[in-house]
Design a protein around this ligand. Structure first.
Ligand code: FAD
Length: 471
């Protein structure tokens, strides 16, 4: 088919060319003018997320044969100008679900009706179950994961007709040289330079990571996923966040595998992601406000010394410290560690979940408004599932259980790495003679615990009593 007219495909959280629903639809009829816009919805320039985004755009641009154009500013103004200048006939994108994007996109859809475009259309390419398509309960929102997943997410989410269709891209001949993507134009924060040691960004790597996980690891996923130095997690979260892999394609591939506990459990973790988006859609201000307003009366107290100790891995609790140092070093944190450090910050240090979520936002490669803020509220107890409040993770017990031989702690805390296994998670219990032999001076080489765990747990429980009667 000869394509004469031009369509804009506006890339956002779908930085791939395969199984990209909007791109596929548009390319069947139009020449494609691919664009990306840096507006207020994009990650902050000093974040780990930004590092990934820029490298991901670079890979995408290579896959688009150097045709990606990038712009900075208000999306509606930029797109309006392009439509008028180049006689664009269609505009498409894949949907985002955060409130700023929804507001922006709704405005553009409405406002651009006055242009005589053949169509403006958004597609779903980021979620399995659109929040409004989750099978409803009796006039109530799902507030707990299991019923959401078991009763709400029951329809088959895959549109087989769209999956794995060959893409026949013809590019428009628009070349705005000053807007063509060029990675050297972006200043990446110095602290993020080390990430290239750990990550391979882009669509090809996303697919090979998924394939490797499915071939070698998924069968053991359920049993081994909590080991913090585990080989048996997928580490797909940044790829999924940036849409470098299609969640529909993943789901379809998973459904074709022999059904076992590993596969089912992995699918349910993808379900948690859907739940986070469902919560974000239904509680659009969850980044700012407690989902449970009863928590507005909770006496959080910011303490800068404690917060700094937490951020930089200097709390004196090896599991917490190794986790926080690994986050800053690699831009990634194991799920079990995320739960441990979130519990420690909000309960033992009594610091508001927002502070922790903002630090994660800055330092996580997969920082995702839905999953990050919903998970922090879940961990703090202010989310929909209040049972979580009384669940306070003991860093020593967690360490002994999920970092059995201390290898994770040793990797990130070299100053105590020579401690024998029995003290690696609780150096303060080591006899002075052992510490002396190893040349470790607690309080100098490695901090003493900044709070007493048992005492701070009692205090957390007392604080909870203040609001418990409201719940
Ligand atoms: P796997 O165990 O291999 O799981 C596969 C995929 O399922 C993940 O890539 C992710 O897309 C999804 N997933 C798994 N667990 C969860 C979960 N509990 N909630 C939502 N999705 C999940 N995940 C993010 O993607 N971005 C975040 O910003 C984020 N912040 C978090 C903050 C806190 C305090 C906590 C407790 C969890 C957070 N999570 C977040 C969820 C989870 O920790 C990560 O998705 C997971 O650790 C990523 O590693 P993985 O890809 O190896 O996961």
């Amino acid at each position: 088919m000869i394509k004469n007219d031009i369509a804009i495909h506006w890339f956002r959280n779908d930085l791939r060319i395969h199984n990209n629903n909007s791109l596929l639809n548009l390319s069947q009829k139009y020449k494609i003018f691919p664009i990306f816009i840096f507006d207020e919805t994009q990650p902050k320039e000093d974040s780990a997320n930004y590092w990934w985004l820029i490298h991901s755009l670079d890979k995408l641009n290579q896959n688009l044969n150097g045709n990606l154009h990038v712009y900075h500013g208000k999306a509606a103004d930029i797109i309006r100008k392009l439509i008028q200048k180049y006689n664009i006939k269609a505009l498409g994108w894949n949907r985002c679900y955060d409130p700023s994007s929804i507001e922006r996109d709704s405005f553009i859809k409405e406002e651009f009706k006055k242009f005589s475009l053949d169509y403006i259309r958004s597609e779903n390419s980021h979620l399995l179950w659109e929040p409004w398509k989750v099978k409803p309960t009796k006039n109530k929102l799902y507030t707990v994961f299991t019923p959401f997943y078991k009763k709400g997410c029951v329809s088959d989410p895959i549109n087989k007709a769209k999956l794995n269709q060959p893409l026949q891209l013809v590019y428009s001949d628009i070349h705005e040289s000053e807007s063509l993507f060029n990675i050297s134009q972006f200043n990446l924060p110095i602290w993020t330079q080390k990430f290239k040691k750990y990550w391979k960004v882009g669509e090809e790597s996303a697919l090979s990571t998924f394939t490797d996980f499915v071939e070698r690891k998924i069968d053991q996923y359920k049993d081994r996923r909590n080991d913090v130095d585990s080989e048996f997690i997928s580490q797909l979260s940044p790829y999924i966040h940036f849409g470098e892999i299609s969640i529909h394609q993943m789901w379809d591939n998973l459904n074709k595998l022999p059904c076992n506990n590993g596969v089912n459990h992995f699918k349910s973790e993808l379900g948690w992601r859907e739940f986070s988006y469902y919560l974000l859609y239904n509680f659009p201000d969850l980044k700012e406000h407690n989902i449970r307003s009863e928590f507005n009366a909770y006496p959080w107290k910011f303490n800068e010394t404690f917060f700094d100790a937490w951020k930089w891995g200097q709390t004196g609790y090896p599991m917490v410290d190794a986790a926080m140092r690994s986050l800053y070093e690699t831009g990634y944190l194991h799920n079990r560690c995320r739960m441990i450090v979130a519990s420690f910050l909000t309960k033992n240090l009594n610091i508001h979940w927002k502070q922790g979520a903002e630090w994660f936002d800055l330092t996580l490669m997969d920082a995702d408004l839905a999953s990050n803020y919903a998970s922090w509220q879940w961990a703090a107890g202010s989310g929909t599932d209040t049972m979580q409040y009384s669940r306070i993770f003991h860093p020593v017990i967690q360490g002994k259980k999920f970092d059995v031989n201390g290898s994770y702690v040793r990797q990130y805390l070299p100053e105590i790495s020579r401690l024998p296994n029995e003290y690696i998670h609780c150096p303060w219990e080591a006899p002075q003679s052992i510490l002396q032999n190893l040349g470790i001076q607690l309080g100098q080489d490695y901090p003493n615990p900044i709070v007493n765990f048992e005492q701070s747990t009692l205090e957390a429980n007392k604080r909870f009593e203040i609001i418990q009667h409201l719940i």
